[in-house]
Design a protein around this ligand. Structure first.
Ligand SMILES: [Zn+2]
Length: 181
């Protein structure tokens, strides 16, 4: 029997799981429309770079009930962001590994979601893996991106009064005040 071909943008998750299907690829960052607006290229050009991803379907037999349908999603990307401390460009490496269980309806999803550690989704006729991956990338995006350690020297900040030139009137004033104290 010939293996079915699966389209990641219109994925039949049930069949994908039944076949223990596997898909992998890379999608350009610029093609994720919601994510793209949050990424920063210093000159305003669309972000370059790719999101590497792979997906695997898995059907888990359950005694006396319908088999569970699972989707494993793994992805990685280097996201161009702007550091909120020094306002210089930075690269945030994101790695995603998720397990989704698919269920018949919202009620079943709500019941499971309350206790499950994995994500629970409701079956769609065709799952758009691109959109699901974008959701996950958005969730992982740091709220306040920051370098682990900013490049030195910080451009717009003078951090140490001692570095001010002597003729700076404020430094002179500060020295005067210290002398009086
Ligand atoms: Zn920084």
């Amino acid at each position: 029997m010939k293996a079915r071909e699966f389209d990641p943008r219109r994925l039949d998750v049930r069949a994908f799981a039944k076949d223990a299907g596997e898909l992998a690829g890379h999608w350009p960052l610029a093609g994720f429309e919601r994510l793209r607006d949050l990424l920063a290229a210093a000159d305003g050009t669309p972000p370059t770079g790719l999101v590497q991803w792979s997906a695997r379907g898995d059907e888990v037999p359950v005694r006396g009930a319908a088999a569970q349908v699972w989707l494993h999603l793994v992805a990685g990307a280097d996201l161009p962001l702007v550091c909120q401390r020094c306002l210089q460009p930075m690269v945030e490496p994101l790695a995603i590994e998720r397990r989704f269980q698919f269920v018949a309806d919202e009620a079943a999803a709500a019941a499971l979601d309350a206790e499950a550690e994995h994500d629970v989704l409701v079956f769609a006729r065709e799952l758009d893996l691109h959109a699901l991956l974008e959701d996950e990338l958005l969730l992982e995006l740091p709220l306040v991106p920051r370098h682990a350690s900013c490049p030195e020297p910080l451009p717009a900040l003078v951090r140490d009064e001692a570095e001010l030139p002597v003729e700076n009137p404020f430094a002179a004033l500060a020295a005067l005040r210290r002398g009086q104290g």
